[in-house]
Design a protein around this ligand. Sequence first.
Ligand code: UD1
Length: 375
Amino acid sequence: MPRKKKIVLVAGARPNFMKIAPLMRELKNQGSFNPILVHTGQHYDDKMSSLFFRQLGIPAPDINLEVGSASHAVQTARIMERFEKVCLDIKPDAVLVVGDVNSTAACVLTASKMNIKTIHYEAGLRSFDRRMPEEINRVVTDAICDYFFTTSADADQNLVNEGKDPQQIFMCGNLMIDSLVANLEKIETTSAEVKLISNQMINPLGEFGAGNYGLVTLHRPSNVDEAPVLGEIMKALDSASELIPMVFPAHPRTIDRIDTFGMKRLIDRGSDLLFSFPLGYIEFMALLKNARFLITDSGGIQEETTWLNIPCLTLRKNTERPVTLTMGSNKLIDPEDVKPEIERILSGKGKSGQIPPNWDGKAAGRIIDVLIKVL
Ligand code: UD1
């Protein structure tokens, strides 16, 4: 019997885990490959990493590079140095990376120089804004990968515009939606209790009821790293919370900046803008599924709201996921639009949309069918 091909899957940061979970599950069930999971350790807190592994049923990583937090250059370099040793040791037939985080670009750069076949899931997304570190990661990754799995037709077109052969590109659908579909029952039955940073416990579903609260997530450096910008956003959110309570599970970066910029009184004073530490996948999705709207600067959540058909107000000038604007329930807004947009939603005029093609919970199976053919 021929030996099973070794495929290394790379996971590094929180948004990677929902994409890796269905792929690992399907690879293990399908049995054609020998999948090896490498965690770079870019995210390491229980709430940012292990909790997601447990909730999504991802097997423990075979190898953890334990790189931790550092500047972009140091983190990327550490991942490359340690991943090179892994590749020398394991000699994989292919390396598959997902998303657009530092771990994605670092591992592709390492593997492709070692003449290992490289595959990018979520290829071709472009914000065309190089001030975003993720855009640099996307461009670098796609410049050198061998095979591209995409989530939407605009991504295929971007890759073709950049000179890729259409034969290398496969629009197999959206793995985040695979995770969402696979976990719907758990999401629908969880109590979604939330511990606020102020230590108070609340159950937004019980206390406010479905559709009677908003949800907020913010962590992009462009929104949270400068005091005047974060201050303007916080003021807008605080004022809008007079209309409807809003739950704000805050990323460690955002909590840190709120503290540093002397805005902690917003957290402490217990208004209707309710700050919590990061939530697990199931709890967050349960809150999202029942929220009246979401305000965010995340990439993945723009897709999840589109699938759930919940109005999404994205506090950014651009998005690498335009299908969520053209087909879905997403809208780009500035801080001054927060309150008027919420008023529109509360008066029943929130944006609704459709589900893009192949966002059906079956992307992992299609991806593996392609991998069997091309590897
Ligand atoms: C990273 C990704 C971003 C992704 C986000 C999701 C890059 C360039 N950015 O940004 O695309 O949307 O993850 O969360 O790869 N920290 C902790 N615990 C952790 C990890 C981080 O407390 O487990 C803190 C550290 O203080 C760190 C800060 O959060 O300095 C930022 O983490 P980092 O991984 O550098 O970037 P993110 O903002 O998380």
